[in-house]
Design a binder for this molecule. Structure first.
Ligand code: ASN
Ligand code: ZN
Ligand code: CA
Length: 344
């Protein structure tokens, strides 16, 4: 069969109709993107992996999605390929964000594509990146607390774990673990902003598309005031490293929000935020694009596996100095935003 690149489209669950670069093999289209490292999406057929301490004895399949006319999905879960459209689109936007904004060629920086599995397990309420398969896995959710976990910010969050793993390799416990999680929330958010999709506008919420009424909150996490989730820390304290990494991340998520948008009340893209500072100061934002630039340089040049919050302050100040100059408005804003979350 002849193999060629084709341009199709898909009706996603969360992001409307999206363009997809696919592979035409003979007369069958494959959900595999030759323009982005042959990243593909497959069906896990509701099976699960059997892994113990990171060693996998069996893995759910990733049976490549195929299509006859290169118009994928239906926008509803009645079609198994709809979630696949979201997953493939999530990879596309994440790939393009890192490539076009940071000059990073793929998650590992070597041009290699990853793959996605959708429909993992039954009622599976999570999504995860796995370094060992260089792959992404998405559950369908149980339908009451979560829907399919294939939203763009979740995709960007999870794949950014792969970027962290290949760069600073922040240890996934204590303060470095909180920074690891925050890195994923920050870049998941940056991917959402980058995509500029009218069905899934940029915001500072994590997982707003995947939560259902049973979850009881409008999102998984809230960067303007992380404690709105009931668990996360807004401000650094000496015990913050004892929290679960998804909650100690709050300090850095709060920093990132303040640095982007500033303190106080604000409505952006129709979402209302109210970000308090921990020290009564007023912070003026520099916009999310610069936050992404500063955090990426900090992550890839200055942070190491053991970086803690004090180290993150130093790393981002060094990054801001490189990018904008010592004493620049951006450098001063980084210092002010960290002080505002009690990282002095
Ligand atoms: N969704 C979770 C996360 O990215 C799964 C995990 O790997 N801990 O934090
Ligand atoms: Zn995570
Ligand atoms: Ca979001």
């Amino acid at each position: 069969d002849t193999i060629e690149t084709a341009t199709g489209d898909g009706q996603s669950l969360y992001s409307g109709t999206v363009p997809l670069e696919t592979t035409l093999s003979g007369s069958t289209y494959q959900l595999k993107d030759p323009t982005r490292g042959n990243t593909y999406t497959g069906d896990a057929a509701n099976k699960t992996d059997l892994c113990i301490f990171g060693i996998c004895f069996s893995r759910a399949p990733a049976t490549l999605f195929t299509d006859a006319d290169n118009h994928w999905g239906s926008g509803t879960t009645s079609d198994r390929s709809s979630a696949a459209v979201d997953a493939q689109y999530g990879t596309n936007e994440t790939w393009d964000y890192y490539k076009n904004v940071h000059g990073r060629n793929g998650i590992a920086g070597d041009g290699k594509g990853s793959y996605n599995r959708v429909h993992y397990g039954n009622n599976y309420n999570n999504a995860f990146w796995d370094d060992s398969c260089f792959c992404m896995t998405y559950g369908d959710g149980d339908g009451t607390t979560f829907g399919p976990l294939v939203a763009l910010d979740v995709a960007g969050h999870e794949m950014s774990h792969g970027v962290t793993s290949k760069t600073a390799a922040l240890t996934y416990s204590g303060e470095s673990g909180g920074l690891n999680e925050a890195t994923s929330d920050i870049f998941g958010t940056m991917v959402e902003w980058y995509a500029n999709n009218s069905s899934d506008a940029g915001d500072y919420l994590i997982g707003e598309k995947i939560v259902r009424s049973g979850f009881g909150k409008p999102a998984l996490r809230f960067m303007d005031k992380p404690s709105k989730d009931g668990n996360s820390a807004d401000c650094w304290s000496s015990s913050v490293g004892n929290l679960d990494v998804h909650y100690s991340s709050g300090v850095a998520n709060h920093f990132a929000y303040l640095l982007a948008e500033g303190s106080g009340a604000k409505t952006v893209n129709g979402v209302s935020y109210n970000s308090p500072t921990c020290n009564g100061s007023t912070v003026t934002g520099i916009g999310h694009d610069k936050v992404g630039k500063i955090w990426y340089r900090a992550l890839t040049v200055y942070m190491t596996s053991s970086t803690n919050y004090a180290g993150a302050r130093t790393a981002t100040l060094n990054a801001a100095k490189d990018l904008y100059g010592a004493g620049s408005a951006e450098y001063n804003a980084v210092a002010a935003a960290w002080s505002a979350v009690s990282v002095a």
